[in-house]
Design a protein around this ligand. Structure first.
Ligand code: ZN
Length: 153
């Protein structure tokens, strides 16, 4: 296996409709650094950048399977309204942190009735084809500690 690198990029992310979802190229934002092979970024973007060097620019489109996965209907579920005791107003679009066997997870409210609240635990970008416009700012070797921790310091 190739030696993992620390890659720093500027990126702009748009969805299939051409709407900008995220960008590191705005005031107050730093370029993004990730450690290869440590699942710091989505797999499709990491493979597109695997052979790239400082100064390279590219645009890449990534299918859901290589991004945040397909939408899973089983993750959309009604729960009793009583599960939200202490919350006065519950509206579609609100987000809550839920405790799940897999650890804390963000869920979004999609529908509210008198009896139930339907929540969606899919990643907000699940099912979306993503388009990245990327520039490689720098590439360097990771420190031993970074490799051990699985992230960039
Ligand atoms: Zn660390």
């Amino acid at each position: 296996m190739a030696q993992p690198r620390v890659v720093t990029i500027h990126y702009t992310l748009t969805n299939d409709q051409g709407e900008q979802l995220d960008s590191s190229r705005v005031e107050g934002r730093e370029p993004l650094s990730y450690l290869e092979g440590a699942h710091n970024i989505i797999s499709g973007l990491e493979s597109a950048l695997a052979e790239k060097a400082t100064g390279d620019q590219l645009t890449v489109s990534i299918e859901p399977a290589e991004a945040y996965g397909e939408k899973n209907d089983e993750l959309i579920q009604p729960v009793p309204r009583s599960a939200f005791e202490g919350v006065d107003v519950i509206e579609p679009g609100m987000q809550f942190q839920a405790q799940t066997p897999g650890g804390p997870q963000i869920v979004r409210v999609v529908e509210v009735t008198e009896e139930t609240v339907t929540i969606d635990a899919n990643h907000p970008l699940a099912g979306e084809k993503l388009h990245f416009d990327v520039e490689v700012i720098s590439v360097r070797e990771p420190s031993e500690e970074e490799v051990e921790h699985g992230h960039v310091h």
